[in-house]
Every structure is written in structure tokens, then in C-alpha cells.
Design a protein around this ligand. Sequence first.
Ligand code: PHE
Length: 370
Amino acid sequence: MTDLADLEAGLTGRVAAAPDTAALEAIRVEALGKTGAVSALLKSLGSMSPDERKTQGPLINGLRDRVAAAIAGRKTELEAAELDARLAAGRLDLSLPAPPRRRGAVHPTMQVMDEMIAIFADMGFALAEGPDIEDDFHNFTALNFPPKHPAREMHDTFFLNPGPDGERKLLRTHTSPVQVRTMQKTNTPPGASWIAAGQSPPIRIISPGRTYRMDSDATHTPMFHQIEGLVIDREIHMGHLKWTLDQFIARFFELESVVTRFRPHHFPFTEPSAEMDVQCDTSGGEVKIGQGTEWSEIVGCGMVHPNVLLSCGIDPDEWQGFAFGFGVDRLGRLKYGMPDLRDMFASDTRWLSHYGFSAFAAPNPASGLS
Ligand code: PHE
């Protein structure tokens, strides 16, 4: 065997045996790289005599071509094998059970809000909102609270620290300031589009939202939710109020009809004022609305006090109307039977998955809205 044949046999043997592309590359550099054995042979052609070059040229070039072809062939083989190995190693085991997925639920208060809004929307009420942080004027003064009313005490209401001008803001104690903001055409802050835009009568709005009082026991939490209603027109009277509340209560509790009663009460912003009770039965340990001989208090209401209309620039000789305020959480407890109000805001996900609602359910089958 000549030296060239030895070299070729050695190189092609090693190429065929190269275990991976890295080893193959090392062989390629060794043979065909700048300082490789085959490259050196090719370079040596330059110093040969023309005759010698004639015989050696084709031999050396042939050797270079065959070695290069062997390397390219082996490279394709190795790359395919390496790809197969990577694919095999990265295969997903689709038979593995997926980890359990926890589904969120709609909080009962939000569900009840939606149900209530759907019923009132169906009755033609528009939605109005206002800020949680209120001033004394909208929360108290415009609503005819006397200067020394107990709700203005620190132990009843959450007051914020006084501002530079000495004004003490507060967390609204009810959603009634929204009726003031709605009736006060001129007092809507510019840009606050979520705040009820002021309007002239006739007015028919509900305002849902959070409210705050310094209270905490099984039936009171420092933060709770109310829906306020306000209707102002020329001839609105208590008969309209009673019909509206009766309709609402029957639909909310999904009853054909319902027995209610007005009980005289006092609110500074309504005259006359009343609380409405609904017929119920508590003998079985839970409250059943719409049957039995007992009464459950359900909503505060009354005819808007003329002083409130005057505070808002509405002439009480021309316009009158009613207002009501529901406790949303309390209504939810009556309908869905949660025993302790405090649990509703404890953020315990076990409680939520027990009492929560599917996000895909319609607000209320009785509402007529879907
Ligand atoms: N704002 C009253 C409260 O929070 C409820 C209410 C609203 C009463 C409207 C009468 C009219 O207790």
C-alpha cells in the first residue's frame, strides 16, 4: 500500500467510527483544516516538478474528495441520530394525569349585586356611582343630618386625617351621598366619569357600592355593601315606593307575590321614613322568606325630605320622590343562608368555593334579563 492509500484508509476508517459530530469535526480539522494532513499534501503539489504533479495531482485531489465525501456522509448520519436522540429524550408523557385546576367563583355579594341590578335595570333604573371617600357635605349635611347627629361621631364613622385646609374626609357610611351627587347638577367633578353625572328631574337611579361603619359582630362588618334607589318626579308617592319594593322583593326571592309591611322609622333624609319588613318563617332554624307569620326587616326607605331637595337645588314645591337603601350582604344572607356576615369578607377560599357562584350562570332567572 502507498502512503496515500494508508492515509486514506486510516482517515475513512476513523470517519466511519466517529461516535458523534464533535469527534467527526476533530477528524475533519486534522485532515482538511488549514494545517491538516490532506491540506499539507495539496500544498506540496506546488513544489513538485510538472511531471510529478501530473501523476500526484489527481491522486491527492481524489483522496481529498473521497475523504471530504466520507466526512459529509458521516455527518448527515450522525446529525440524524443526534436529532432522534434529542426527540426521544424530550418526549412528553401525555399519560401523566394533569395537576388539578382550581376554578375561581363569583363572591356571593357580587352575585347578589348583579341579581339586584338586573331586576332594577329591568324596571328602568339607571346606574349611578360615587366615591368611597366622601366629604361631610355629601354624606351628612346635604342629607339633612343635624350638626350633632351621632353618626358624625368618631366612634361611628371612619374619618380620615384632616387635609391642609382642615377638612376631614370620611369613608361614606351609606350610598345616599350618590343621590345628592346625582341631583346636584353642578357638582360633578370634571373627568370623574364614574361618578354619577348630575341631572335634572325626573330621576330614576340605583347606586350600588361599598359602605363603611365602625361595627363588627355576626351581622355587621366594618365594610359592607348597599344599593340605594332614588326616584324623583312630579307626582311620586309612597304607593309607588311600596309597589317598587314589593315587585323587587318578589322577583329577588323568586316568589309569585310577597307580603310586606311598612314600619315607621326615622332617617334625617326622608319624611316620612319607614323600614319595610317581609313575611318570613324562622321556625325551622333558617329564614324562609314569603311564608310564616314572622317579619324580617329588609330595607330602609321614605319620601325624600324637602331639605335634601333644597340642598341639591331642586324645588320641593315642584318635585318629590322616594329613596330606599338595601343592605346587599344582608339580602344575600337571607336568600342564600350564610350564617355569619364576617365570613363573607374573611377571604377564606374554602368558604368561597362552598358559597360562591359559577361565573357562567345568568344573574337571575327571575329577572327577565339574560
Ligand atoms: N341610608 C340609609 C342607611 O344607610 C338607608 C336609606 C336610604 C334609608 C334611603 C332611606 C332612604 O341606613
